[in-house]
Design a protein around this ligand. Structure first.
Ligand code: SPV
Ligand code: MG
Length: 285
């Protein structure tokens, strides 16, 4: 069987944009696959939200690893695990890579913020570690992997920290030189200007990854034309689930009968199918 890491490498070897969607558990991963996307992003925001705890470096590596493994087991798609800052220093990243690779996760992503980091959209300071420190983490991670297919994505939060383009590029170049297999460049402004300027200035063959959450007006076609190779829809799925749940719960509370929500919820048979029950419901649900 071909490994998930090889699968992701294979996708990167084509011309087509890879679309990854953020998931936080088995069923969300399965829904992403059924919808026809190419990869899963095991999101720290989604996973933290599913625990109802802050996305602020609170999850331990073990919790994130277990979740990534459950997500991976539920889908044939490759999983890119959001590993925050790498759970500590270079020695932690080394250990992290060993475990994630052992558990067949295709790729991990670490970011250059100070640990414990806070989600990029939070209205707080987003201090970065210096370049040398992050380069050490990348090297430690790359030295630890066994198969050459496993990938380590390096994410720069330079724009999140309000640094200019040249600083973002300086960081990304150093990370690529240190062996990062892809560069995730993050931005939280409403326009794609930062990402497009970065992609325009990027001359290395190391692929770029973008997360168009705030600059959601851009089309995949334009990201792809700009040279982005992976687009991550990081949080739309858990936001959709949350909205649907809220609507259903409101209807249920105000109506006083479960029949009122029947058209807002999937059939039990749909769940059975998603969980490989291999049977149908006895009632015409
Ligand atoms: C996540 O999904 O946890 C991410 C991406 O890190 S973002 O929330 O856009 O920062
Ligand atoms: Mg995250």
């Amino acid at each position: 069987v071909i490994s998930k890491a090889k699968k992701l490498r294979g996708l990167l070897g084509t011309e087509r944009l890879i679309r990854a969607v953020g998931a936080h558990d088995g069923i969300s991963a399965r829904l992403v696959e059924a919808a026809g996307f190419e990869a899963i992003w095991a999101s720290s925001l989604g996973l933290s939200a599913s625990y109802a705890i802050p996305d602020a470096g609170v999850l331990t590596m073990t919790q994130s690893l277990d979740a990534a493994e459950r997500i991976d087991a539920a889908t044939s798609l490759p999983v890119i695990a959001d590993c925050d800052t790498g759970y500590g220093g270079p020695r932690n990243v080394e250990e992290m890579v060993r475990w994630y690779e052992r558990r067949r996760i295709a790729a991990v992503c670490i970011e250059d913020k100070v640990h414990p980091k806070t989600n990029s959209y939070a209205d707080v300071a987003h201090p970065l570690v210096n370049i040398g420190e992050f380069v050490e983490k990348i090297r430690a991670g790359k030295d630890a992997q066994e198969s050459s297919d496993f990938m380590l994505l390096a994410r720069t939060e330079a724009f999140i920290a309000a640094l200019p383009l040249h600083a973002a590029l300086e960081r990304a170049l150093a990370y690529a030189d240190a062996g990062a297999d892809a560069i995730l460049v993050h931005s939280r402004i409403d326009s794609p200007d930062e990402i497009l300027a970065f992609a325009e200035a990027w001359t290395m063959s190391v692929p770029l990854v973008a997360v168009p959450t705030t600059y959601n007006g851009i089309h995949e076609r334009d990201l792809s034309e700009a040279g982005i190779r992976i687009v991550i829809y990081a949080n739309q799925l858990i936001r959709a689930q949350t909205m649907a749940a809220r609507t259903m719960l409101d209807t249920l509370r105000t109506s006083g009968t479960a029949s009122a929500v029947e058209k807002e919820i999937v059939r039990i048979g749909d769940l059975f199918a998603l969980q490989d029950m291999g049977t149908t419901t006895w009632a015409p649900q």
